[in-house]
Write a protein that binds this ligand. Structure first.
Ligand SMILES: C[S@@+](CC[C@H](N)C(=O)[O-])C[C@H]1O[C@@H](n2cnc3c(N)ncnc32)[C@H](O)[C@@H]1O
Length: 163
């Protein structure tokens, strides 16, 4: 198994920032995990804790399983947004690498799951403003805004905890 302390070498600055922002409260889910690298680091950081990685459609979910490989500590789930987390008892979730409109829709479509979490880490690739104004306007969470740089681009992230 790869050592957790080498995580910075395996993640770029954007995902490393997210990993550091995620509270160590598990079970946790990486929603729209894609390549699964963040989910794997979340699992390696706390051996034995439950980490889910989700994908909306069968093709990407199958590719995610292939990339993680057999025996991976990450459990792959298939389904849109926060829907697959219903009833799993997750304490936290990450939604990153999509546009701000998509992340906002994911939260709006499953308010009971979103508000049942102790924390959410959000990091849109673009369209920060519509996500931020909806989150701030909802009054549901205490938001913490952070930022990082990768390849001359700034990425803003949000750590949300329910009020
Ligand atoms: C660009 S990748 C980001 C991967 C990783 N989260 C990151 O930040 O590097 C976006 C992923 O989100 C998935 N996705 C898009 N909409 C989704 C939704 N509503 N629910 C779950 N996954 C979704 C896509 O299939 C894709 O794999």
């Amino acid at each position: 198994m790869i050592a957790t302390k080498n995580a910075p070498a395996r993640l770029g600055p954007r995902l490393r920032h997210l990993l550091e922002l995620c509270p160590e409260d598990y079970p946790v889910a990486d929603v729209g995990s894609g390549h699964g690298r963040l989910a794997l680091e979340l699992a390696l950081r706390r051996p034995g804790a439950t980490v889910y990685a989700t994908e909306a459609r069968p093709g990407p979910a199958q590719e995610l399983r292939r990339l993680l490989g057999p025996g991976s500590p990450v459990r792959v789930l298939e389904g849109r947004g926060l829907e697959p987390l219903q009833g799993l008892g997750c304490r936290g979730a990450v939604v990153a690498g999509m546009g701000g409109h998509t992340i906002r829709e994911i939260l709006q479509l499953s308010p009971s799951v979103a508000l049942g979490l102790d924390w959410l880490c959000l990091q849109p690739m673009q369209d920060w403003e519509p996500l931020w104004s909806w989150v701030a306007g909802s009054g549901w969470w205490d938001p913490q805004v952070t930022s990082c740089w990768e390849r001359s681009r700034v990425y803003r992230s949000l750590l949300l905890r329910p009020r």
